[in-house]
Ligand binder design. Structure first.
Ligand code: 23J
Ligand code: MN
Length: 263
């Protein structure tokens, strides 16, 4: 595209934003002390919940200002997973938060609605067959797109059914191993979910375990966990802006995710 065409295209987007014919949808959950944190099998180290301490609050420690120190695991709440998060991605180039090119943080998005299936079966797995069926209606997933799995699971936040812990661990929907291999073949930029992590609750039992970490990060692709408001997005045609913190050598971080979508 020529310079003037791209200037015009951007001016059009800005005008559409101003008159709200393009809407900005916030896919981010609030981050606080009550934010649910993933429970790994007990033999592994656990991530602490979000906490904070006041540095000063309009008081003798700082009479005119308020600020806190926060403690938060990199993988807490709505968050971004980099390839370095998993051992399979540890030697890839540009695999940490400070190295991902800015251009990768703006991308198209496909939303696959599995809310009915997930409501009927907490262990529902997205499969290649399900996606191929979606592609019959909505077209082939373009290379470089995010694929977000809508489950409406974010509506469980604040209740026991979000993590849905039983004696044998968490029961939440997610992608199958074959689904992740299929998405890598499609050359997506990453996979996003409404659940606490990108993998299904029982994915520690899959082969390989945690495929949406093991396989997708091994392929240099990203993850987005604990998204919300996917029910406000069209199946195709929206644009995702993902802005994690630029932590040096960071494996992931809480992220603010916005979708630009036609009104
Ligand atoms: C560590 C180990 C397993 C998993 C995770 C983290 C996540 O889901 C995460 O937040 O990346 S499954
Ligand atoms: Mn994560």
């Amino acid at each position: 595209m020529s310079t003037s065409n791209s200037s015009q295209a951007l001016a059009q987007v800005l005008s559409n934003l101003a008159d709200e014919s393009i809407k900005v949808v916030d896919l981010t959950n609030p981050l606080g002390e009550d934010t649910p944190v993933i429970a790994l099998p007990p033999e592994f180290a656990q991530s602490p919940p979000f906490s904070r301490e006041v540095i000063s609050k309009y008081d003798e420690k700082g009479p005119a200002w308020y600020w806190n120190t926060i403690t938060v695991g990199e993988h807490t709440g709505t968050h971004f997973d980099t390839p370095s998060h998993w051992v399979t991605g540890k030697d890839l180039p540009n695999n940490t938060l400070d190295k991902i090119p800015a251009q990768k943080h703006v991308a198209p998005v496909c939303v696959i609605d599995t809310s009915k299936e997930s409501a009927a079966d907490a262990d529902f797995l997205l499969t290649p067959e399900y996606i191929e069926n979606w592609e019959q209606t909505h077209g082939r997933i373009p290379a470089g797109s995010w694929v977000l799995m809508r489950t409406d699971w974010s509506k469980h936040i604040g209740g026991e059914t979000f993590l849905n812990l039983k004696e044998d661990g968490s029961h939440c929907p997610g992608p199958s191993v074959e689904c992740i291999n299929f998405l890598i073949e499609r050359d997506v930029i990453g996979f996003g979910a409404e659940t606490v992590g990108t993998d299904a609750g029982q994915a520690h039992l899959f082969e390989p375990m945690f495929p949406c970490h093991n396989l997708i990060h091994g392929a240099g692709k990203f993850g987005l966990a604990s998204l919300c408001n996917l029910d406000q997005l069209p199946p195709t045609g929206a644009m995702l802006i993902t802005a994690p913190m630029k932590i040096v050598d960071g494996s992931g971080s809480p992220v603010r995710v916005f979708a630009l979508t036609p009104a």
